[in-house]
Design a protein around this ligand. Structure first.
Ligand SMILES: Nc1nc2c(c(=O)[nH]1)N[C@H]1C(S)=C(S)[C@@H](COP(=O)(O)OP(=O)(O)OC[C@H]3O[C@@H](n4cnc5c(=O)[nH]c(N)nc54)[C@H](O)[C@@H]3O)O[C@H]1N2
Ligand SMILES: Nc1nc2c(c(=O)[nH]1)N[C@H]1C(S)=C(S)[C@@H](COP(=O)(O)OP(=O)(O)OC[C@H]3O[C@@H](n4cnc5c(=O)[nH]c(N)nc54)[C@H](O)[C@@H]3O)O[C@H]1N2
Ligand code: SF4
Ligand SMILES: [Mo]
Length: 566
């Protein structure tokens, strides 16, 4: 039986699996552009989380006592509850748990409620998508094998080794064929060691780098204060000279990561990368992303009452909604202002559909345990590699799939939702090539205040967003501090430190790192002394309005008394 991994990961691995007694073996599907097939270690963890965990559905009775029972009984209770609250204000939030096509039927189901509120934008890659739509009228990636044609590959904050291991393996193969790799990132990440040239840029400054490169190549004639810009971006003239000599007259690929768009000037940054690719005649080698529903029929959902993603938590705080309906998301950890989120989750009527109990389901009045991606027939298109994958249905545990629940609730609410056959969804139209529509583009600077330190919250290889196993908690659970900052603050490896700002505080052991360019790093979506780093992050929109500026976060440091063992 064929399956694919439908997590929010660009690799979209296809696999088969064999269950032998108590052992599960996963076998990777052939990957055409790589010599060796492999699967990342996360897949097995997803299996353990979704299939082998002991979570059971439950609802809270009228006295607020948790009553654990089978999913069917909880759905019956939920059906009664929703029927008698059908006109109430429902906020609906769907996350990245699985982003395969059929999960969209949740959106369809919710659109039948009169007073439902959908969320406009997302915590993920919306800012960069907006930049591409503004510049090209479309959101599209050329085929990955175009990389074979270039001489140089620029990775703008794309830590492929961690977030797209099959792209990394491909880059390694290309490097062996003498392609030059330039890696630009405020952090010397696991991917940086693959590069021939590393640029330790200041956060939020890739647009400045692009403008300086274009100016040097005489492709723009704006008057810019070059010295001022070099200082702001934290780079010197030699970097500009070296990079221009690498790009000039050579086919160059530009691969844009998602980290650099999580800023208040994130859309502007992506637009300058687009402009660099356009003016150097490299549009066929410009990569950002592509919809996971590409080549699939649109479900045409009427997403009514849109609420901006950055404003959601503020409205929850004001008790604007009566009910919160969460599907495949864990906002108690993954959304900014997580302490406020937790207070709001506690007080609102909360329905959560998930594969496992989480920091969010803890507050649920109705928790529906589903079988997850191993149990649901589905289809999805890769947003980096162009494959379209389908999975056959075979429920491998006793829990229903999301689609089973959608059908069940639809019947109970008389919504009559029709789930289409997967084979009817595919449309194989190839999109037209990009045409640059960019007009005047200002240069928007980052907004770092003085005397505070910037906090980045990057991905970690061992887990995806908040989908980890307990043992991953122990891995790299430090507050990483750049050595420049450690010197200024007189802190050493193993010191117990606290980071704080107006949103809150978080504490943990410090690790001083030479790999960070004047920033602090905590890996994203995990807990440090029981708190998510998102406690420190304000819910702020980017310049695209529909994305979140997670990395425009500034903190102060205080040293706590006890010195932990290293
Ligand atoms: N500080 C900081 N915060 C960030 C980021 C950052 O860089 N820095 N990154 C952001 C990004 S890019 C994203 S995409 C968001 C992600 O944030 P979320 O959307 O919350 O995503 P996840 O934590 O991946 O998964 C949410 C839940 O889905 C459940 N789940 C898994 N599979 C299924 C399924 O098949 N069905 C159902 N019903 N549930 C399932 C999982 O168990 C998990 O509890 O986090 C964002 N948060
Ligand atoms: N293992 C693993 N894989 C994942 C995920 C995961 O949580 N774990 N999450 C998945 C999801 S939902 C997403 S959206 C993607 C995210 O994919 P990526 O965008 O590749 O990952 P991030 O870790 O968010 O950020 C990438 C890099 O951007 C750098 N960066 C930050 N600010 C700047 C800047 O101003 N300029 C430059 N040049 N670089 C900067 C960071 O230091 C980091 O190394 O990965 C997906 N894959
Ligand atoms: S998380 Fe990414 S690399 Fe790992 S199995 Fe899933 S699609 Fe493949
Ligand atoms: Mo994401």
């Amino acid at each position: 039986m064929k399956y694919f991994c439908s997590k929010d990961c660009p690799d979209l691995c296809g696999f088969e699996f064999i269950k032998n007694n108590n052992q599960v073996i996963f076998k990777s599907e052939n990957i055409s552009y790589l010599k060796n097939n492999f699967l990342c270690s996360k897949l097995k963890k997803f299996y353990i989380r979704e299939i082998e965990n002991n979570s059971e559905s439950y609802f809270n009775d009228i006295n607020g006592n948790k009553e654990i029972c089978n999913t069917e009984s909880v759905i019956n209770k939920l059906g009664l509850f929703l029927n008698s609250n059908i006109e109430k204000k429902i906020l609906y939030l769907r996350g990245s748990g699985s982003i395969a096509y059929n999960m969209g039927y949740w959106d369809l189901l919710m659109s039948y409620f009169n007073n439902v509120y959908f969320i406009e934008g997302s915590p993920c890659d919306e800012t960069g998508i907006s930049a591409h739509i503004e510049d090209f009228g479309m959101y599209y990636n050329p085929v990955i094998s175009n990389l074979e044609e270039v001489e140089v590959i620029f990775l703008f904050g794309k830590n492929a080794k961690v977030t797209s291991p099959h792209l990394y393996a491909y880059l390694k193969k290309l490097k062996n064929r003498r392609k030059k790799i330039v890696y630009i990132d405020p952090v010397f990440t696991d991917s940086a060691s693959l590069s021939d040239y590393y640029v330790a840029i200041n956060p939020g400054c890739d647009n400045i780098l692009c403008a300086l490169l274009l100016k040097k190549m005489k492709l723009i004639d704006e008057n810019i204060d070059e010295n001022g810009l070099l200082k702001l971006a934290g780079i010197n003239r030699a970097v500009i000279d070296a990079l221009t000599s690498m790009i000039k007259f050579k086919k160059t690929a530009f691969i844009t990561g998602y980290g650099l768009q999580r800023y208040k000037n994130g859309k502007n940054i992506v637009q300058w990368i687009n402009k660099l690719a356009y003016l150097t005649d490299n549009l066929e080698y410009l990569y950002y992303g592509r919809s996971s529903k590409s080549n699939l029929k649109n479900l045409n959902i009427d997403k009514k009452n849109l609420i901006n993603v950055a404003k959601v938590v503020g409205l929850l705080k004001e008790n604007y909604f009566d009910i919160l309906f969460v599907v495949a998301a864990n906002p108690a950890i993954t959304y900014p202002d997580s302490s406020e989120w937790q207070r709001c989750l506690k007080k609102i009527k909360l329905i959560v559909v998930d594969t496992i109990e989480t920091e969010t389901t803890k507050y649920a009045d109705y928790f529906i345990k589903v079988g997850g991606m191993f149990c649901q027939e589905d289809i999805q298109s890769s947003y980096f590699f162009h494959s379209l994958k389908t999975r056959k249905k075979r429920a491998i545990n006793r829990f229903p799939s999301d689609i089973d629940i959608v059908k069940d609730l639809s019947n109970k609410l008389n919504f009559n939702i029709n789930i289409e056959d997967i084979n009817e969804l595919i449309n194989n139209e190839e999109p037209e090539k990009r045409k640059y529509k960019g007009k005047e583009l200002p240069l928007i600077f980052p907004s770092k205040p003085d005397k505070v330190y910037q906090l980045l919250t990057n991905s970690h290889y061992a887990y995806l967003n908040s989908q980890y196993l307990k043992e991953d908690f122990e891995k790299d659970n430090f507050i990483y501090v750049a050595n420049q900052i450690a010197e200024l603050e007189n802190i050493k490896d193993g010191d117990n430190i606290s980071l704080y700002n107006k949103c809150g505080n978080i504490s943990g052991p410090c690790k001083v790192s030479k790999k960070l360019n004047n920033v602090i790093l905590i890996h994203k979506n995990r807990l440090l002394n029981g708190k998510s780093p998102n406690t420190l992050i304000e819910s702020m929109a980017t310049d695209a309005y529909n994305g979140l500026a997670y990395y425009d976060t500034y903190v102060s440091i205080s040293k706590l008394n006890s010195n932990l063992t290293t």
